[in-house]
Design a protein around this ligand. Sequence first.
Ligand code: NDP
Length: 256
Amino acid sequence: MTAAHFDLTGKVAIVTGGNGGIGLGMALGLAQAGAAVAIVGRNEAKSMAAITELRAGGARAISVTTDVTDKTAVAAMVARTLGELGRIDILVNNAGINIRKPPHALELAEWESVMKTNLTSAFLCSQAVHPAMKQAGGGKIINIGSMMSIFGASFAPAYAASKGGIVQFTRSCAVAWAADNIQANAVLPGWIDTDLTKRAREQIDGLHDKVLARTPAARWGVTADFAGIAVFLASPASDFVTGTAIPVDGGFSIMG
Ligand code: NDP
């Protein structure tokens, strides 16, 4: 195994939710390995800051402001990426939200909003990039799940359902598109210090210390922890890895 196995020079990646948090951590890793990156999010100012950071590291990067729950907008985002960057080799389906309520209190509109953002968006984006990847002779799809792809969550039923669904959607694409040389894998983050969990920490007493106590690595994850797994799953190093769901959680999921 040499550095060539992890070289993404000439490759193009789309990262949804790549303007902050885990998505930006992955985008920075992909860019450092040589990929050009399209950052996809709704907040234009955040996306501009992200592409400035990527470009400062020498990467080719564009921002494509898009709501990934909107099929027409997703098609336009893929067309613009192809138009400006020329190809699509890597798709990271990372955009996500959570609404913290137990099942008996969750409104239908809230359920649908979480499912659309976390799961339907992965379907829309994967379907939209499939023709370009197939035509190019292959591709890599990386879907972001969660510990709640494995465990239930009394306070996040739609989130857990969407993240469980991500794993089965990943496996389905892995099987359906294996003949097109497309590998699809899921990454399951543990507790990571981002805007998403900042809100949870404000709402749940003692969450910070509970996570430390339960995590063998004895720390919260940071967004830089996702650079390496992104490069691995996007590169030739993982060409015989497909349909998996890999925890990146400091050991959280192995604790009884
Ligand atoms: P952040 O809140 O920092 O990032 C979420 C990203 O999703 C933002 O960049 C946001 O961009 C984007 N996004 C949300 N809705 C849409 C939409 N409709 N269209 C386009 N982009 C959208 O959270 P994290 O980095 O923590 O989360 C990233 C992923 O990791 C999520 O899927 C989350 O569920 C998952 N995860 C996170 C964990 C953690 O501990 N942090 C644990 C397990 C999983 P914008 O603001 O521009 O819309």
